[in-house]
Design a protein around this ligand. Sequence first.
Ligand code: DQA
Length: 143
Amino acid sequence: MIKKILVIHGPNLNLLGEREPGIYGDSSIEVLNSNIIDRAEEQGMSCDVFQSNHEGAIIDKLHAARTEFDGVILNAGAYTHYSYAIRDAIAAIKIPVIEVHISNVFARDGFRSNSVIAPVCKGSISGFGFGSYYLAVQALSEL
Ligand code: DQA
């Protein structure tokens, strides 16, 4: 049963609200995090949040999560498309990791259609705006 979840936001997601609002919306990461935590608590789960622009910090957090959390929601940002190191970190841990994207990565630049992390994630959610995270919370609560 999933009781404790961790949300990891990767590079450039600290600039939500300012960054390309036509694609990522005009709300901040603080608003997003508060909404995610509310939804997790509604489902009877506790939720921590973490953001980093650094590949190694994301890997360290995934490693730490394996003993501290029951599941992870990961928006790896552009690392999604080329970080074999993050892929290997996900493969190395046993707790489920759900890949999320705010935008529909299949409807954008060609390079965004490839996720090197998708094969080692429990599942992937893309294209629902901030709703992608809320759907992932729901999915974890049902595992
Ligand atoms: C993103 C999509 C990625 O292609 C991009 O590099 C991001 C954000 C999304 O949430 O839609 O930084 O992961």
